[in-house]
Design a binder for this molecule. Structure first.
Ligand code: AYL
Length: 524
């Protein structure tokens, strides 16, 4: 029997995300701060944001952007990221959000794969953006540089248009965003999330979290990742909260901004909890404003969470989800801080879950362990141009197979206990082993390679490569392998441990037997 969310269903309107978030012009919150740039203190009100979004949409339409076009967004968190994002959607187009640390090759792959027509970036990223655009076949005039650069359209240029935004032509079923995720297997793929998916997830998390117009939310986690996009940016707009942005994580700056702006709600991934629990400088800041620290994107250790709660005198909560679920499917609600912090709480409204034994295919109940399957209005449509991966992830009944193993209590509290998919998470960021394996195979001294996640001395999950040398590769060193990878990919995907082996264990069909490598690792 599927396990239903204990919460009553919520109704999801069939409108575009813009209409859902902006339609009433933000009422009496129009003059209130929607976004504060944590570094400079520059503030944008809800009304100003609304006006910027209209102008950006108008200017994009003037440049030929039409319904269904894809626009790449490659920039760090600032209020302008938010304006650009909603400007693209308001122009009836689709955002594909790219990791700020991407190399030109990685960005080119995403731009090419998603069919992006334009790329919005900032001047410090322009070298990588132009290299990627060239590789993906985009013209130089397809790049918009928000803060301006000689020869490029800037945000100021867009805002200066005399034109009006086009009519809204999109509705719930249309694609809104294409974030990239490797899912359970293979390389990063475009995840098709509709306006309805994104709106649904905002309404699904609403009954579980105390977020209101009195709340200041810190957005240090990137908006390009679905956690920042839905839980920080769009939830902030939906609840009329004030979102304080930070372009990258720096502990001292993070603490300064939280205390200076009196932030009540801080969303983090587990590595930030380590710093908050252990770093001596935390004591130098008045953090009494903080009510809730919410951790997601990777497993939080309860003991660590309790240490943070004690040190900051706040509530620590955990949520679980996946890009493919827009992303939140499970949350410990604000009003239940008594729930075991090793768990990720209840299924959100409108969802049904199953736990399925991966070996037998049988459903298990409380007390058993099984792969978590989730069905709900937040579940993606599928992977872009990839029917095979879609069919392997979404079944005929509409359940998404998460690749995570969970348990559930009689009360409906879920705990993630293992992962049966390939994916590695480094500090909450996805590292697809298949991508690293393909890259390692391009080295002329490497005959074969397999990558799995292992724990380092701090307990952090890190990618480890098992490498088989070519006959000409006797002199290849571990450092050479790590450097080779590091030069070609974003830092979070670096191979951090290397072991040379005689042969990669494979099934008769040629699939890497990661289980065998994990067993070998466990017995080492
Ligand atoms: P993606 N515990 C264990 N594993 C987790 C957790 C958690 N709390 N959250 C995410 N994961 C892992 O697409 C899990 O393997 O989205 C899952 O399949 O980058 C994978 O990360 C998905 O990685 C929130 C707040 C979700 C944040 C998120 C982030 C979703 C990350 C719900 O409330």
């Amino acid at each position: 029997m599927p396990i239903r969310s204990p919460y009553p269903d919520v109704e999801i309107p069939e409108v575009s995300l813009f209409e859902f978030l902006f339609a009433d012009g933000f009422g009496d919150r129009a003059g209130a701060p929607a976004l504060i740039d944590g570094g400079s203190g520059a503030t944008i009100s809800f009304g100003e944001l609304n006006a910027m979004v209209e102008k950006i949409a108008a200017a994009l339409a003037e440049r030929g952007v039409v319904k269904g076009d894809v626009v790449g967004l490659f920039a760090p968190n600032t209020p302008y990221w938010v304006a650009s994002f909603h400007g693209v959607l308001r122009a009836n187009a689709i955002v594909t959000s790219a990791n700020s640390l991407y190399t030109p090759g990685e960005l080119a792959h995403q731009l090419g794969d998603s069919g992006a027509k334009l790329l919005i970036t900032i001047s410090p990223f322009l070298d990588r953006a132009t290299a990627a655009a060239k590789e993906a076949g985009l013209a130089d005039d397809a790049i918009i540089v928000l803060d301006g650069a000689e020869g490029y359209t800037s945000l100021r240029d867009l805002l200066g248009t005399a034109a009006e935004a086009p009519a809204i032509e999109v509705t719930g079923d249309d694609t809104a965003v294409l974030p990239y995720s490797s899912g359970t297997t293979g390389r990063a793929k475009g995840v098709i999330l509709t306006h309805r998916n994104l709106i649904a997830n905002l309404l699904q998390i609403e009954p579980l979290g105390n977020v209101s117009s009195d709340t200041k939310i810190l957005a240090v986690l990137p908006f390009f990742h679905i956690y920042g996009m839905t839980v920080m940016m769009n939830q902030g707009l939906h609840r009329r909260s004030t979102v304080v942005t930070m372009p990258k994580f720096d502990l001292a700056e993070f603490l300064r901004i939280v205390s200076e702006y009196k932030v009540q709600r801080v969303y983090i991934a587990p590595p930030v909890a380590v710093a908050l629990a252990k770093h001596p400088i935390v004591d130098q800041y008045d953090l009494s404003c903080v009510d809730v620290i919410f951790s997601g994107a990777a497993p939080l250790d309860a003991e660590l969470g309790h240490a943070v709660a004690k040190r900051l005198n706040c509530t620590v909560l955990q949520g679980y989800g996946m890009t493919e679920m827009s992303p939140v499917s499970h949350v410990i609600p604000d009003d239940r801080p008594d729930i075991d912090l090793n768990s990720c709480g209840f299924a959100v409204p409108n969802t049904e879950c199953k736990l399925v034994d991966p070996d037998t295919g049988e459903e298990v109940g409380p007390g058993g362990r099984g792969e978590l399957w989730v069905k709900g209005p937040n579940v993606m449509v599928g992977y872009l141009n990839n029917e095979e991966a879609t069919a392997a992830t979404l079944d005929a009944d509409g359940y998404l197979h998460t690749g995570d193993v969970a348990t559930v209590t009689e009360d409906g509290i879920f705990t993630i206990v293992d992962r049966v998919k390939e994916l590695i998470k480094y500090k909450g960021y996805q590292v697809p082993p298949a991508e690293l394996e393909a890259l390692l195979l391009t080295h002329d001294k490497i005959a074969d390679a397999a990558v799995i996640g292992v724990r380092d001395a701090e307990g952090e999950e890190v990618p480890k490569a098992f490498v088989v040398k070519q006959q000409n590769g006797a002199d290849l060193t571990e450092d050479e392998v790590m450097d080779f990878v590091a030069e070609r990919i974003a830092p979070h995907k670096k191979v951090r441990v290397v072991e040379f082996i005689g042969e990669v264990p494979k099934s008769a069909a040629g699939k890497i037997l990661r289980k065998d490598l994990r067993a070998r690792e466990a017995s080492a």
